[in-house]
Design a protein around this ligand. Sequence first.
Ligand code: CP
Ligand code: NVA
Length: 310
Amino acid sequence: AQQLKGRDLLELNDYTPEEITYLIELAIELKRKQKSGEVYQPLLGKTIGLIFEKSSTRTRVSFEVGMYQLGGHALFLSKNDIQLGRGETVGDTAQVMSRYLDGIMIRTFGHDKVEDLARFSSVPVINGLSDLAHPCQVLADYQTVYEHKGRLKGLKLAYIGDGNNMAHSLLIGGAKLGVHVSIAGPAGYEPDAAVVAEAREIARGTGAEIVITRSPQEAVRGADVIYTDVWASMGFEEEQLAREAAFKDYQVNEQLVQGAKPDYLFLHCLPAHREEEVSTGVIDGPNSVIFDQAENRLHAQKALMAALMG
Ligand code: CP
Ligand code: NVA
């Protein structure tokens, strides 16, 4: 825990498997405390700023509520309301905010902005989603799988669809935790080659197997977890129609999931487009744990804030 104090979380590759496991265990402990009504306020008097350059339901609400539960305060800073949106530099923004705040979360487009903010900040910076990565989501995701399966190492996760921020963070997180990750998507929408190479490098040390394929059937075969995400992420809305055509054979539906283990878990970071990337029958079916997963954003980020800012 001590080594996490003062650190940033830009991508999961900054963290060791032990640190990620520690955060998942802490999240489970904080969840237990919260549910038993125990008040736990290690961040009394502390403040986090939440900069949003994209929309959010889960990330905003879970950070605000989580900070409140930990005894601190959270400020919602929309790009439309702060000077960053009018051209004040990231460097100046970071240095000014560091004089007021104990931590900064940013949700933005280019990952370089998250890195710049971290470089100029003297307080911890948390990536609340960039075009490259969504590490907060993946902490909650692997927590959810762990709670339902009782283990992570050696499980197989199949991610079907766009090689986007979610695919990237699931790859890195899976490689760190010894989870085999298979990604299936159409040509032109593969995950970033550098991220795949990095995941394979990490996987060498943990025994995880990383597979990138065109075949959703191959990815899903024997899977313990099936994951999907929207075909057009935030910032790619104008590609919606082209993407619907490209991804039409990549819907997670009743037929595809037959190749998985009977007790497979269905995960989706949400928001979902029902009947696009996933059929209603699967997302609302008995194997779906999407709302446990969404809830865990709260517990995972409380653990993260307590560890980095405590
Ligand atoms: N999963 C996720 O990050 O949701 P929001 O976009 O609603 O924050
Ligand atoms: N890939 C999606 C995730 C949303 C939580 C996006 O970036 O829009």
